[in-house]
Design a protein around this ligand. Structure first.
Ligand code: PLP
Length: 406
């Protein structure tokens, strides 16, 4: 077969699969944005010549445009260069990393911490690094794709348990214990605040189970870090169960307003990851300026400004929950409105965009098929005026007459 015909059959294969996705309402398109703020301080996206108030980002504390973080990043960049030049174990471990990791560990109350370029890169690396053949991973069915991918790459056997169902988790643990080879471990993996459903993980129940069974507990606090618990330490601290969590994960790209992922835990585990976490070892370290910016973001989060922002965020959560005719049962800054049908979800998003708002539209594979949803996220910098207007428009939409998440 000639080179040209192979190329064209390959292109054809891609096109026909994408046509199928198009018909199913599952095709993704990039939207290109400019960015600014309106006169009320709301975050605004400039899209196709229109200003849309952004209710889709994970910038919960409004730190994305913080001048203090920008200044620290600029200074870090001037001193340490535009990029890290190499991976962490070659010469990429400059002082900003040392400072950030020490402060992250102190904040989370753990012995040590390790910073990754992204949360995805971290999650896809840590389960393969921490587990070995014969170990068993028990994952909440709704954990983030990055943890699922990490489990797939690991040598451990993986089972899911029904979302936030302690009874089902216990039955999974009991059968895992029966089959567990000598010297192997059971890893329980969940989240502090679930990214697509906006409900909280069963950390208290898992901490209780850890007293009965030999578990290694991994909790992803990507969305709960910064917004829950004292100084924004996260859900495990809010519930007073952080001592029972062996692995605390967080991200720098959400409440911290920058980027990256971090893992906090024992010094032994962090030393181990420095030998085994491939996404950390075999990748150029993130830019030191970004890391310096994150250290300032962390300081802001722990300051009175951080506290004020958290209070304002929760005030906004309460306001939107009160105003929506059909608010989710759990109050959190992530508000899913399950429409079901994928195309109908995209249409509902368009309706909101026509009205001047940009919200997330989440479809398979980010959520199960036929559970497509609008994902509204709140920030401390949203004004009451924009929240009231958004609620008013949503309440009039057809999709609000369709059921919400089971
Ligand atoms: C729960 C959870 N973990 C990890 C990640 C990945 O983090 P990052 O966006 O930094 O790659 C996300 C991203 O949305 C997430 O929601």
């Amino acid at each position: 077969m000639s080179k040209l015909s192979t190329t064209s059959t390959f292109q054809h294969r891609l096109e026909s699969q994408m046509n199928h996705w198009r018909n199913e309402g599952l095709m993704r398109e990039i939207s290109w944005f400019g960015m600014c703020e309106n006169q009320d301080g709301d975050p605004v996206l400039r899209y196709e010549g229109k200003d849309l108030i952004d209710f889709s980002s994970n910038d919960y504390l409004g730190f994305n445009r913080s001048p203090e973080i920008q200044l620290a990043s600029r200074e870090g960049m001037e001193e340490f260069g535009n990029g890290a030049k190499a991976s962490r174990l070659i010469c990429g471990s400059t002082f900003p990393f040392q400072e950030l990791e020490a402060r992250l560990a102190q904040w989370k109350g753990t012995e040590s911490a390790l910073f990754f370029s992204t949360g995805y890169q971290m999650n896809v690396s840590i389960l393969p690094a921490l587990t070995e053949s014969g170990d068993i991973i028990l994952m909440d069915r709704l954990v983030h794709a990055s943890l699922v991918d990490g489990a797939r790459l690991s040598a451990a056997r993986t089972h899911t348990f029904r979302h936030n169902d302690p009874g089902h988790l216990v039955s999974r643990i009991e059968s895992a214990v029966r089959f567990l080879p000598e010297g192997r471990h059971i890893f329980v993996v969940t989240e502090g605040l679930f990214s697509m459903d906006g409900d909280y993980g069963i950390l208290r129940e898992i901490a209780e189970l850890k007293r009965r069974f030999p578990l290694v507990v991994v909790v992803d606090e990507a969305h709960s870090s910064g917004i829950m618990g004292p100084s924004g330490r996260g859900m495990a601290h809010e519930l007073g169960v952080s001592e029972s969590m062996d692995v605390l994960l967080g991200t720098g790209g959400k409440a911290m307003g920058v980027c990256g992922g971090f893992i906090c835990g024992s010094s032994v585990m962090i030393r181990w990851l420095q030998q085994k976490a491939r996404g950390w070892m075999f990748s150029t370290a993130p830019p030191p300026g970004v890391v310096a910016g994150l250290t300032t973001s962390l300081a802001l989060m722990r300051s009175s400004l951080g506290q004020e922002r958290r209070e304002k965020l929760w005030q906004n959560v309460r306001l939107l929950s009160q105003l929506l005719n059909k608010a989710p049962d759990t109050a959190s800054p992530i508000i899913p409105i399950v429409v079901g049908d994928e195309s109908a979800t995209m249409k509902a998003r368009q309706e909101l965009s026509d009205a001047g708002f940009w919200v997330g539209a989440v479809r398979y594979p980010a959520v199960p098929k036929n559970q497509a949803r609008l994902r509204i996220t709140l920030s401390a910098i949203h004004s009451e005026k924009s929240i009231s207007r958004l609620a008013h428009i949503i309440n009039k939409m057809d999709c609000m007459r369709i059921s919400k998440a089971e």
